[in-house]
Structure formats: structure tokens, C-alpha cells
Design a protein around this ligand. Sequence first.
Ligand SMILES: Cc1ncc(COP(=O)(O)O)c(C=O)c1O
Length: 387
Amino acid sequence: MFRIGQEEINAVANAINERVLFKTNGDIYKRTEDKMNEVFGSQYSIVMTSGHAALEAALVAAGVGPGDEVIVPAYTYIATAMAVICAGAIPVICDINETLTLDPAAFEAKITKHTKAVMPVHIQGFPCKMDEICEIAKKHNIVVIEDACQADGAKFKGKRLGTWGDAGAYSFNFFKIITAGEGGGLVTDNRMIFENANIYHDASAIAYFGNQMDNYTATSFCGKEYRTNAISCAILLEQFNKLDSIIADLKKNQMAMREKLAPYCTFAPSNDLEGDLGTTIAIAFETEEAARKFAKYEGVNCGLPIDTGKHVYTNWSCIMEKKGALNPLMDPFKFEANKDIVPNYTKDMCQKSLDILAKNVYVSVNPDWTEEELNARAEILIAGLKA
Ligand SMILES: Cc1ncc(COP(=O)(O)O)c(C=O)c1O
């Protein structure tokens, strides 16, 4: 969360004063989804309660289910893998490379006759190599569901992340660069995914309120209640208006900081530095010891990605321990259809990823730094790098 204030307060007050807080009353829901299409460059969008909801709805809508393997990177928030379980499928954990994103070669090597989808994750707003990933996926007839939950507004080769694959998901929770406190969005150009995801995320209301399913080829089925409300939409509309200026200021400060640090360190390689969101600079060290020494240097106050808890597959306890549901009969790890594809998850199964995560240190960037603040921060970081 970076810039939220009077515009959002006014928008919420207006929404409340209009007294039309439900999806089908008033037009704010439609305006929010139209704005998402405009901002991200998608044909269809659905605003939802969370990024997880958008990932789950995208997977279900694309036809992913029991009997299917879905490839996910070893380094992503646990919600990516959990969304696969919620769709009844099985996550296959795959190595990242030095860019801290899914390694296209490792992805291709993981493909089996059961692979139905891949979920490239643009972690920290670092763009995955989407052209190569999409090409491999196309060759093997695999669906691409992009997890852009940490990359609202970032790009790869000039095209917004989330719009390269068959569907993309954003999160607007409190920790993202734009926020409604909680919230999510799904984008797609695929009509079938749109219709199925719309039904799935609003399963009871969609069939009963208004004419939401007019001109649908898809027919109603039981799903979830992941629709959001006019108050969140009001906030999001203001946040979408601010997105590009937040990114522009992040990029300005990111590039200025990189320039200052460059003589003293090596940065992690990027698949597209221009498109990278700009919230984080990853510094790559030769050893974990060197990374930790820098991170701990007085005033540096930075962290290693290996220490980011549920972002590292070894800490995905419910996945690693195969606890897919409370009721065993609803647990995809125990489904008959999945019996041949449940992997043996081990702590060292993606050792290459763990080594990379232990040798990087993240420097956060703030779009609202003044020049003096940026210089002062750079001075401390440089002292830490020189020590
Ligand atoms: C990579 C990634 N995927 C999915 C999610 C889930 O988003 P939400 O918290 O909005 O459900 C997050 C949330 O932080 C995330 O970082």
C-alpha cells in the first residue's frame, strides 16, 4: 500500500450515500471491471474478494481439476499452490532460476502427460520470461494461469503481466502497491474462462439477480461466493487511477538506487528490467554468508528471500504434509483420480531454488522517497556493501 487518502475516502462516502452496495445495484461494479480492462489491456475482467479467489476461479474455469498436474514455482506465496488444491488438482513444484522466477527449462522438464496448467508467478513484481513460457505451454497444450498477485501493473516486453497467459490474477490486499484492504481481480481474453469464472466466483447470486448470464454459452454450476462489494470497487477505481503514477515513481527511485549501488554489487538478472514493478532490488551475493553479513549490517535492515516464510516451498506445511482438506473425502491428495500423480514432496526437491533464495538480499524501494531520503538510504546500503 502506497498512496491512499482523501480520494478513496470521498469515493467510499459517495458509494455509501448512494446506498447501492450490492453488485447488481448501480453501475460501480461494471465501471470497476471496465477500468480493469482499460488499465491491464484485457478483454474481460472480474473483480473479486482476493487474489487467491481469482487464481482458484481461473483454474476451475479453465477446466483444471482432479487428475491434473499444475506446475508452480518453488518460490511463491503458498496461496498459488493452495489454489491448485482448491481446484482438486495437484501442484508440481518446479525450480526457479537466478531471476527468482520460474525457470522455463525446468518447467518444460516437469511436463508429463498429466500436466494441465502452469502458473508463472511474478514474485516481487519481477516478470517471468512469459514469451518462452507461453511458447512451451502452447507446444504441450498447457493452460497458462499467471499469478500476478505481487505484480499489479508490471509488464513484460511492454505488455501487462497477467495478460500473457490464458488468464491472470491480481491481488489488491493491503501489501500490494494498490489496495482495497483486501481484493482481487481476474483478467482473460478467453470467453469460456470468463463465463465459467464469473459463474464460479458468484455462484448463488449470478443465476438469481438481474440478467447477468444473458448471452452465456456456459451454464450454471455450484461454486463459491467470491464477489465483492461497491465499497471495495469505489476504492479500487481510485487506486487504478493512481497505478501508473505509483509505478513511474517506483521505477524512477529503483533506477536511481540501482545506479548508486551498481559499483558495489551484482544485481540478480531480470527478464525485463523496464517492465519490473520497481518495488524491490535483488542483490545477488556469492555466498549466503556474504548475503547475511550485508543484510545484518547496522541500519541496512534488509531480508533474504529464503527467510520469507510461506513464500518458500519448504514452509508450505499443508502442501508438503499433503493436508488438502479437513474432510479426507474432499482432499485432492486422496482422490482416486489423483492416485498416480501425487508427488513425493521433499525439503530438498528444489535445492537449486533454495540456494538462489539464500544468496539474494532484497532492498525495498519507496515511490515517495525524496532525493535526500534516497541518498541517505543509498549511503547506508553502500556502507553495508563495502564492509
Ligand atoms: C504470489 C501470490 N499469489 C497469491 C496471493 C493471494 O492473494 P490474496 O491475499 O489477495 O488472496 C498472494 C498474496 O499475497 C501472493 O503474494
